[in-house]
Each structure stands twice: as C-alpha cells, then as structure tokens.
Design a protein around this ligand. Sequence first.
Ligand code: 13P
Length: 255
Amino acid sequence: MPSDKTKRAKIVAGNWKMNGTAAALAELSKLGAVLPLAPPRVVICPPAPLLFRATQAGSPFGIQIGAQDCHSENAGAFTGDISAEMIADTGATHVILGHSERRDAHHETDMEVRCKVERAWAAGLTAIVCIGETAQEREAANTLDIIGGQLAGSLPDGVTAENTVVAYEPIWAIGTGLVPSFDQIIEVHDFIRQRLTRRYGQATAQMIPLLYGGSVKPDNAAMIFQAENVDGALVGGASLKAVDFAPIIAALAAS
Ligand code: 13P
C-alpha cells in the first residue's frame, strides 16, 4: 500500500520577503523553462505590489502566486494593509500567515493569525500557516510545547487539506545557514501530524501538506524531503533566483 506521503500534495513555496521589483519577475519565466515534467505545486510569494504581475508571469508555467500576509478584516480604515479579498482579486491563490518575522516585528499573536486564516479561507485562498520555536526555546527543550501551542492557537476549526498548509520554520534556522538535524525535523513534523490528527481526524490530517522552512538550499533539500511528514519546503533566500530554486523543486519532484 502506498504511504500517505505519496498521496499528499507536494509543494515548494518561495517567500521573497521584501525583495524584488518588476525586473525580478523574469525569474518566473526562467524557472518555468526548467520545471520538471511532473512538477510539485510551485508557489511564489512576492511583495504585494508585484502580485498581479506575478500571476500573469507565472500562469503560462502553472506557477501559483501567494501573498506574504493579509489583514484580519476585509475592508475599512486600516492604512497600509491589504485584505485577503484584494489578494484573491489579483489572481493569487495562497497567503503566508503567521511568519515569525511578522509575529516578531508586528507582534502578531496566535489569535490574530487564526482570524487571518479565516479571512483567507473566506476569500478562497489557501493559508500557509507558519510556526516555529526560537533558539532559546529549543535549548530549554520546549520546542514541542511551543509548536503545540502555536498550532492550537493559530489554526481555526475547519482546516482541510485544500485550504491549509502548515510550515514548520525554526526561527534560528531562518536566514542563518543553520538547519536542524534530520532527526529533529522528523520529530517536529511527526508531532505536527499527530496534533493535526487529534484535532481534525485521521482522514483530513493525513492529507494536509507540511512544509519545512529555514535555510533550505539546493544541497540540503533532498535530505530534508526524505522525512515521511515533510511534503515540501518554504524557501526564503534560495527562492529569489531560478538557478537556486529550480534544483530544490527538482529534488522534491524526485522524492
Ligand atoms: P531562508 O530560506 O532564507 O532561511 O528563509 C526561510 C523563510 O523564512 C521562508 O519563509
């Protein structure tokens, strides 16, 4: 019998963070030209001003587009914010929510993230919900408690394999070149699957894609993708250039 892993969607998402102007969209056609024959789902999350143009640049290649955040309300006096409905209106299909950089710099709480997830779903977007521990929390052996708490607080009821992707990003691994050991990645991803199973039931939980994020590079991607409960990656720095991102996509396609 095939393992559940083979039945789940494989996804590579690139988080461009606050990098890139229109010239960067040329990377999408470079990437499109070298995608494997049966590619995983590829989602590029550029800065908001590029969303609409990115959907146009990505669509000939089946590259989907996501935003990096949305507001928890649909409209109103929220200067500088964008709503899930506006994101969907650009043709984007995904939105990253609860990234550690937003939890940290914008003091986003689990409760706010949960409200944003519900808005994203209402707009028809798939939420890529990020969780992860700090270095201090890991050193104090609190990783699983932190992850469990973030999952419980950030995810609403009603999660399905179509509307939600969970990304485990240890904060100390983001942009540092540090990556957890293979055993640590397995431990956290297995734990996430168990918690999702307890809350949403086996049939749903076994199909929810789980991504690893934090210093994923062409030379470590294949190792990371071997973990039973890793269904892809959320990639920062290495997603900016097609020459770096393409081998990560190829490694997932081959896994
Ligand atoms: P890096 O791949 O640059 O470590 O960033 C990871 C990340 O934060 C993706 O959301």
